[in-house]
Design a protein. Structure first.
Length: 433
C-alpha cells in the first residue's frame, strides 16, 4: 500500500496551484497518493492563506484536531502564506507540527518532509525556474503560474511579505507547460500571478524583454488551445496595448478581473494603488466599448482607515457605473507588517458592517437586473464539471457559469447552450448545438 497524503487548501487560485505542485512532487518523488480523509493519511498538509485575519487560533485548533485524530506516526506540515508569516512560532505553539514551508518554498516539499522541525520560509528564495513534476486536478483546464511574489506595496496587503518580490517565470517554461497541458487534452489555460500584467518586469536570469501582452500573443499560437484566462491583472497596468490585445485576440476569454479596492481617489492614494477613480472608470469604459460582451469582476475593501461617507459613496458610484458582473467584497482587516496596520483613523466596526451590507445589496440589485437580460441568450459553453442530479456545468467565454442536463460525455466539449432559467450564481440551459 502506498503512503497517503491529505491536503487542505485555503485562499487564492495561486495556493491551489501550489497545492497541485506539492502533490506532484510528493506523488512522483515520494510515492504518495491523495486521500480525502485525514484520518487515513500518512502526511497531512494545510496550505494556508493570510490575506485577511482569520483568527490564528483557528489554524491551531484545526491543527489540534488533526493531531488528535491522525494515524499514529502521521506527519503534519503547515505550508503557504501563514507559514511564511508565522514561521517557527507555529512549531513553538504546536510542537507536533513536523515542518513549516513558506509560500515561496513549495519546491522544497520533498526535502522538508525528511527533516523534522524544518522551517523553510525564505521569501527571497527563487523558484521561478524550478521544473515541478506534473499534476493537475482538472484535465480540462490547466492552471499555470507566470510569476511569483508581488512588487507592489498596497498598504493593506500582507502578500509581498509572505511571497516576496516579484519574479517572472521565463515565457519558454510557461509555453512548454501550456503545450503539455494541451497535449494531454486541456483546451483552456488559466494564468496565475498576483499581478499578471506586470509580467516581464524582472526575470531571474537574463531574458528577452517579454511583457504580458506579448506572452498572451505567444501562448495563443498554440494549436488546440482554445481559451486563455488569467488572474489577477492590476488596473494600474491596464494600458491600451493590453486592453486592445484582450479585446481582439479571440482566444482570450472575455472576462476581466479589475480589483478596484476603493472608488475614492483619496483612499486609493492611502492604499498606494497607483490609480485614481477616473483612471479606473476610463479603463472599464474602454474595455466595455471595445468588448461589449465582457464580464468584469472586482474586489472591494470597505472601511479602510479614514474612509468617510463621501469616500464610500465614491465606491458605490463606481459600482453603479461599471455594473460589475461579479463582486468579491471584504471588510478591511488590519494585517501585521503592513503600513496600514499603523493607521489610527479606523472606521467603527458597526459602520463597516453596514457599508459592507449596503455595497452587497446594491450589487445584488445590479446582478438581478443584469441576469434577467440573459434569459433566452445562447452561449458557447466549455463543460468541465459534473454536478449532482444529472447536470453538467461549464463556463461561457465571458465566465457565466451554466449547467445543463447531461453526463460525463459533455466534459471537455464545447456546446451552444440556450439559457432557460436564471439563478444568481449559475444559469440553467439546454444544449442546442
Ligand atoms: N494581487 C492579488 C491580491 C491578493 S489579495 C489579486 O489581485 O488577486 C485578494 C484580495 O483580498 C484583494 O484584492 C483585496 O480586495 C483583499 N484583501 C487583501 N488584503 C486585505 C485586507 N487587509 N483586508 C481586507 N481585504 C483584503
Ligand atoms: Fe497585494 Fe497589492 Fe500585490 S493587493 S498581492 S500588494 S498588487
Amino acid at each position: 500500500m502506498g503512503k497517503k497524503l491529505f491536503i487542505e487548501t485555503l485562499g487564492c487560485a495561486m495556493n491551489s496551484r501550489d497545492s497541485e505542485h506539492m502533490i506532484a512532487e510528493l506523488t512522483e518523488k515520494e510515492s504518495y497518493e491523495v486521500t480525502d480523509e485525514f484520518e487515513n493519511a500518512d502526511l497531512i498538509l494545510i496550505n494556508t492563506c493570510s490575506v485577511r485575519e482569520k483568527p490564528v487560533h483557528k489554524l491551531f485548533s484545526e491543527l489540534g484536531v488533526f493531531n488528535k485524530k491522525k494515524k499514529p506516526g502521521a506527519k503534519i506540515g503547515v505550508c503557504g502564506c501563514t507559514a511564511s508569516h508565522l514561521g517557527e512560532e507555529i512549531i513553538k505553539k504546536a510542537p507536533y507540527v513536523n515542518f513549516v514551508l513558506g509560500a515561496r518554498n513549495v519546491s522544497k516539499i520533498s526535502e522538508v518532509l525528511h527533516k523534522d522541525k524544518a522551517v523553510e520560509i525564505d521569501i527571497n528564495y527563487d523558484e521561478s525556474e524550478f521544473a515541478f513534476k506534473d499534476f493537475r486536478s482538472s484535465g480540462y483546464k490547466a492552471y499555470i503560474n507566470i510569476s511569483i511574489g508581488c512588487d507592489k506595496s498596497c498598504t493593506f496587503c500582507i502578500v509581498p511579505k509572505t511571497r516576496g518580490d516579484e519574479v517572472s517565470i521565463p515565457d519558454t517554461l510557461i509555453i512548454n507547460e501550456a503545450q503539455k497541458a494541451v497535449d494531454s487534452g486541456a483546451k483552456e489555460i488559466f494564468l496565475l500571478g498576483q499581478n499578471v500584467n506586470n509580467y516581464g518586469r524582472r526575470f531571474s536570469g537574463t531574458h528577452e524583454k517579454v511583457n504580458f501582452t506579448e506572452l498572451l500573443r505567444r501562448l495563443s499560437k498554440i494549436d488546440g488551445l482554445e481559451r486563455i484566462r488569467f488572474t489577477s491583472p492590476h488596473p494600474f497596468h491596464m494600458d491600451d496595448e493590453f486592453i486592445e490585445e484582450f479585446a481582439n485576440n479571440p482566444k482570450i476569454c472575455k472576462s476581466m478581473h479589475m480589483p478596484l479596492q476603493s472608488g475614492s481617489t483619496k483612499i486609493l492614494k492611502d492604499m498606494k494603488r497607483g490609480y485614481s477613480k477616473e483612471w479606473f472608470l476610463n479603463r472599464a469604459k474602454k474595455l466595455r466599448d471595445m468588448c461589449p460582451d465582457v464580464s468584469i469582476s472586482t474586489d472591494i475593501i470597505v472601511a479602510f482607515p479614514g474612509e468617510s461617507d463621501a469616500d464610500f459613496e465614491d465606491t458605490l458610484d463606481v459600482l453603479k457605473e461599471v455594473r460589475f458582473e461579479q463582486l468579491f467584497s471584504f471588510k478591511y482587516s488590519p494585517r501585521p507588517e503592513t503600513e496600514a496596520e499603523l493607521f489610527t483613523n479606523t472606521v467603527d466596526p458597526e459602520l463597516a458592517s453596514h457599508r459592507l451590507t449596503t455595497l452587497q445589496s446594491l450589487h445584488t440589485e445590479i446582478l438581478d437586473e443584469n441576469n434577467a437580460k440573459l434569459l433566452g441568450n445562447t452561449y458557447e459553453v466549455y463543460f468541465e464539471e459534473l454536478f449532482q442530479d444529472g447536470f453538467v456545468a461549464g463556463r461561457s467565454d465571458n465566465n457565466i457559469m451554466v449547467k445543463t442536463k447531461g453526463s460525463e460525455e459533455l466534459l471537455g466539449k464545447f456546446r451552444d447552450v440556450k439559457i432557460t432559467s436564471i439563478g444568481r450564481t449559475v444559469l440553467t440551459g439546454e444544449v442546442i448545438a
